[in-house]
Unconditional design. Sequence first.
Length: 308
Amino acid sequence: MVRDASAQVVRNISRDLDEIAGIPLEWYSVITRLTEAGGTLSQNELLQRSRFSQSGVSRLAKRMEEEGLVERRPSEHDRRNLDVVLTEHGQDVFLRVLAVHHSSVQKHFGSRLSDEEAAALTALMRKVLDGPEVEEEVNENLEQLLPFGETVLAVTSESTSLRDIAATREALELPLLLDAARHMTPPVLNDLQAHVLSMSRLIDEPEEFFRADWELHRQIAVCCQNDVLRTLYLSLLDAIASHLKRVVPTHNLRQYLYERLAIHARIVDAVASGEPELVKAAVEAHDYTSSQLYAAMVYSDDRLPLDS
């Protein structure tokens, strides 16, 4: 029964990763082991940590190398062996697929157990594994990654609820900006333009950049005269900002922040113009929930290309 249940869960998770993230579960497992090992393992070490045969590991590493996820290099310690090294692209894929994998594990396994059942099962597995070598605390980092546009935020709360909060806030962006544009004052506009300039100095400080980003939206919201809309919007914005722990580094992060800076400058210009069509176009450019990453993780069954 244990074997059948395990096989069923693995099949379901494998299907989710293939359909949603476009990556085989076996590849994700290799990337995970490389990440846990600091980015490098010899093929022999990888063999010891996997269920594949020696030829299977070699073929798998070769295929992943062709996709740019890993590199194979002669081992410095044993020239008869090869080291498998995780690339920057492989690191980015791991960070992006991590939330998909965790969501799938929760869907097909975790959510089907009560807290008491999960605790009992954990205790039993520790007995089987002879306890002392098993970590005493469960690593909860998997529950703290929030896909956010083309980047990933590490947060201090359950990421699923924060995704819903972020999506709801994004849905309120257009009506709030349209109302704010009708009531924008020159002093506030000057402050907004100065704030965008200050954001340009925070490109190399991602956490501070996002906090400044959200502060800009707070300043705009002050001009909204719809009390209910403004209050709801600000409460959602505060819920996201208050849980930010750090921005997960990815190789394209700096470029992405420059793109977001340009988008926010466009928002300020649109609000200053008072033209509804310009405001609408700026909001559409700002909408991170339409990104391929976010859509793949939350709303659709579309594949997430490995080079996204």
